[in-house]
Design a protein around this ligand. Structure first.
Ligand code: AMP
Length: 130
C-alpha cells in the first residue's frame, strides 16, 4: 500500500507544496513545531533514509539545501535546523525547521495550530524565495 507521502506526491492527498523535481518533493508539515516547518522526501518509496543509495541521499540533501535557503529568507530565524525521525510515517523524510534557539527543535512541545490562511501565506512566502 502506498504511503501517505506517496499519495501526497501523486496529488491524491492535498498538501502545501513548496518544491519538487524528478526525484524529490517538499511540502509544509501539517503539524509544525515552527512556522515554515517543511518536509523533504524522495518520490521513490523508501522507508529508512539510510536505505537510500549514496547518490540519492546526496541529491536529496542538495535539494533540501535549496528549500532551506528559501525558508531561511521567508521566515524570521537564525538558521534552519535539520532532523530525521521517521517513526511515524514509513517514507524517508527530512524535517527542515526554522530555529533561533535549541528548544525550537523540540518535537515534544506543543505543536502549532495554524489556520489554512497561515499555511497558505507561509507556502507563498517560501515559494517566492525559491
Ligand atoms: P516522523 O515520521 O516521526 O518524522 O513524523 C512524520 C511527520 O509527518 C510529522 O511531523 C507529521 O506532522 C507529518 N505529517 C504526517 N502526515 C502529514 C500530511 N498529510 N501532510 C503534512 N505532514 C504530515
Amino acid at each position: 500500500m502506498a504511503t501517505i507521502f506517496s499519495r501526497i506526491v501523486k496529488g491524491e492527498i492535498p498538501c502545501y507544496k513548496i518544491a519538487e523535481n524528478e526525484q524529490f518533493f517538499a511540502f509544509l508539515d501539517i503539524n509544525p513545531v515552527a512556522k515554515g516547518h517543511t518536509l523533504v522526501i524522495p518520490k521513490r518509496e523508501v522507508d529508512y533514509i539510510f536505505a537510500l543509495d549514496d547518490n540519492e541521499l546526496g541529491d536529496m540533501m542538495v535539494f533540501a539545501k535549496k528549500v532551506a535557503k528559501a525558508i531561511e529568507k521567508a521566515v524570521p530565524c537564525k538558521r534552519i535546523g535539520v532532523a530525521v525521525i521517521g517513526l511515524e510515517v514509513p517514507h524517508a523524510h527530512i524535517h527542515l525547521i526554522p530555529i533561533s534557539k535549541e528548544g525550537d527543535m523540540d518535537f515534544k512541545k506543543e505543536h502549532l495550530h495554524l489556520t489554512e490562511a497561515e499555511f497558505l501565506e507561509l507556502q507563498q512566502l517560501i515559494v517566492s524565495q525559491l
